[in-house]
Design a protein around this ligand. Sequence first.
Ligand code: URA
Length: 271
Amino acid sequence: MGITSQILDPDHWQAALAALDWQVEMGLSDWVQEGPVNRYDLPERLERPSETAPAPARTPQTGPQTPQSDPVAVAQRAAAAADSLAALRDAIAAFDHCDLKKGARSTVFADGNPVARVLILGEAPGREEDQEGLPFVGRAGQLLDRMFEAIGLSRQSSDPASALYITNVLPWRPPQNRDPSPEEIAMMRPFVERHIALINPDIIVALGNIPCMALLNEKGILRLRGTWAQALNKPVLPMTHPAYLLRTPAAKREAWADLLALKARLHEIRS
Ligand code: URA
């Protein structure tokens, strides 16, 4: 019996579903085809210019790149022009210089309460976030919610004192959840800075290495975690990422110490 007829057979579809569940459990996140597909290939008609058509005249490249083609300069201008969260969301969605955008389903902007005193800065959307268009909705996100609820903070709260605002350095899911490159971080940094300026939180929590790179220009979250730093004139608390805590439950003790330090600092600022 062929695989397709086995799957359609009522005696076999449950086995097929169980096999699929097992693969997802083991970390499968994307379907691949028999052969590689280069999604950045130009369409056929652009690939082969007509043999009779004259070659387009080339503009000589002289001097350094113009600011229009420098992704960081373009991002800086777009971010500076965004005078509201809605305008910033539109500016990010319109930014075409980051290749991650081409492979993503959603531009994941933020979640939570914009008047929150605590802003959580994560790394980049994963598969579930890309599907739902919201940050931290997968397993790591559920752990994040439980961690911060344990010190009385929630993205659902309407009270600024107990609210959270959550965003990421990258609004697009990197393929296979790879780490974003330094160039990708650098070109999205102006948007992160503007986002933080518009929210104006009392405290930023940098979850994992990528936000530490973006805000502090430093890597090594296991060394940085729990030590207060300063960026954009705000106190920054680096903490280990909840995805790391899911893999390394023994590290939850230190994460709890960091949450208590955050709670104490908030109390200090308030009084
Ligand atoms: N990990 C992150 O850093 N951000 C998300 O939104 C989801 C997972």
